[in-house]
Design a protein around this ligand. Structure first.
Ligand SMILES: Cc1ncc(COP(=O)(O)O)c(C=O)c1O
Length: 450
């Protein structure tokens, strides 16, 4: 199987190199001025040996510098879940740009955005940042400040951005730095407790140490493949965090795919803190974190005015006028109820198409969906937790499926086999994926069977 897969991949790599001469030339030139030839190191993860250079993106499609058009199911790994360059956001950006970009003073847009986020997520006291990473970092700091406790708790194989404390995994029950963790400031075991998702007993055991300031989690894991919470898990999580004096922070950065108020609104969660970034300004850097009224009132007055700008929470460009204008337009006119009513059925259609392909090819895989996000995993059963999902990963197979799709005008996220629907995605886009996926898995299964 391995050598056949290697053969198929070599064939696809040759096809990619041959049909992308301009991207190949730019990639070669980029090695002269960019570290390892890319402007951001994750871009090395694209299959094919070099990344596709983009000429232009609009709606659910983009074209590359070689003139190929792609259906984009990656959508900037959720940063462009709104579709590329949504008109209302572009209009707001142009209008605000002519009136000033950043001031370190509030504009009226800040109120409109905070009120809308409160309506969507329930928590009512908001602050802004430029990235979801920062929103999480600031929420963690404020939780430690408020509770006086040193640790956080996360679930195994979580991802919340480049937040030092979250790069911790479990190995035989022991907290270890996640593989690939670059230059950690301290051993994450000193800052972090780690539990398997859906493990209520483990959660209770770790919280009983009374040193956890905040449990930070996605309401369903999306970064190691999709892992759904089991019935009762969120109730237990809420009850245990309350009982043991830890805050509960829900990171909705990806799970906004469940609807306008994310998983929190869809499943009536009651978090103390909500964090969100990526698509909320239509692709412009912006993020937010909000506290419940109860937590905000406990926090109020605890931060010295003289030190408020040097407390480790903030950023010069955070809450800039441009991001806020873009957030206001995106929330009110792009990521609307009507948009989700289109996007979620498209993900259902995508899932059905993939399921049919898996069945026809007889591969021991499965497909799963969360709102307008869906993905297939290389194992027969839904994982219960991050460790199981991680074990079902197959980097080599993933590189083949991604490159096969890319060579046929389809972009999946570089991480896992994830597809996201935007308001601009069409049924024809989904059906194109279904067709390409079917052809790919039939080739694969023929290779396995031969
Ligand atoms: C759930 C979640 N939170 C936070 C982040 C960090 O977002 P950013 O890289 O934009 O800071 C990510 C990124 O993938 C994420 O998936």
């Amino acid at each position: 199987m391995l050598s056949l897969l290697a053969e198929l991949r070599a064939r696809e790599e040759a096809r990619f190199a041959e049909t992308h001469p301009r991207s190949r030339a730019l990639a070669a030139q980029a090695r002269e001025s960019l570290f390892e030839g890319v402007p951001m190191h994750w871009m090395r993860k694209w299959p094919g040996g070099f990344p596709v250079f983009v000429a232009e993106a609009r709606g659910a499609r983009f074209t590359d510098v070689d003139g190929h058009e792609y259906v984009d199911f990656c959508l900037g790994d959720t940063g462009a879940m709104t579709g590329h360059a949504p008109q209302p956001t572009l209009r707001a950006i142009a209008e605000q740009a002519a009136r000033g970009l950043t001031l370190m003073l509030p504009s009226e847009d800040a109120l409109a955005v905070a009120e809308e986020l409160t309506r969507r997520f329930g928590v009512s006291s908001w602050q802004f940042a430029l990235t979801a990473t920062d929103a999480n970092r600031f929420a963690i700091r404020l939780a430690r400040h408020l509770t006086g406790r040193p640790k956080i708790l996360v679930f195994d194989w979580c991802y919340h951005g480049t937040v030092d404390e979250t790069f911790a995994t479990l190995e035989d029950g022991v907290v270890r730095a996640r593989s690939g963790n670059l230059g950690p400031p301290v051993d994450p075991a000193e800052t972090t407790r780690v539990v398997q998702f859906n493990d209520v007993d483990g959660l209770e055991r770790e919280l009983a140490h009374s040193d956890v300031a905040v449990v930070l989690t996605e309401p369903a894991l999306t970064n190691v493949g999709i892992v759904h919470p089991e019935p009762g898990f969120h109730d237990a999580l809420r009850e245990l965090t309350r009982r043991h004096g830890a805050l509960l922070a829900i990171d909705e950065t990806h799970t906004i795919c469940c609807g306008t108020g994310g998983f929190t609104a869809a499943h009536e969660l009651e978090p103390d803190v909500v964090t969100i970034g990526k698509p909320i300004a239509g692709g412009l850097p912006a993020a937010a974190y909000g506290f419940s009224a109860e937590v905000a009132s406990r926090l109020a007055g605890t931060i010295e005015l003289e030190d408020v700008d040097v407390g480790g929470v903030g950023g010069t460009l955070a809450a800039n006028a441009l991001s806020l204008a873009a957030m206001r337009a995106t929330l009110s006119e792009v990521l609307t109820e009507e948009a989700f009513a289109r996007m979620i059925p498209l993900a259902e259609r995508w899932t059905e198409g993939v399921e049919a392909g898996i069945e026809e090819a007889g591969l021991p895989w499965h497909v799963t969906r969360l709102g307008c996000r869906a993905e297939y995993l290389f194992g027969p059963d839904r994982p219960r937790n991050g460790a199981e999902a991680h074990a079902a990963g197959n980097f080599e197979l993933e590189r083949f499926t991604h490159l096969y799709a890319l060579n046929r005008g389809i972009l999946l996220t570089p991480f896992h086999n994830m597809a996201l629907m935007s308001p601009a995605t069409t049924e024809a886009d989904v059906d194109r994926h279904t067709q390409v996926f079917r052809e790919g898995v039939l080739e694969l299964s023929a290779a396995v069977g031969s």
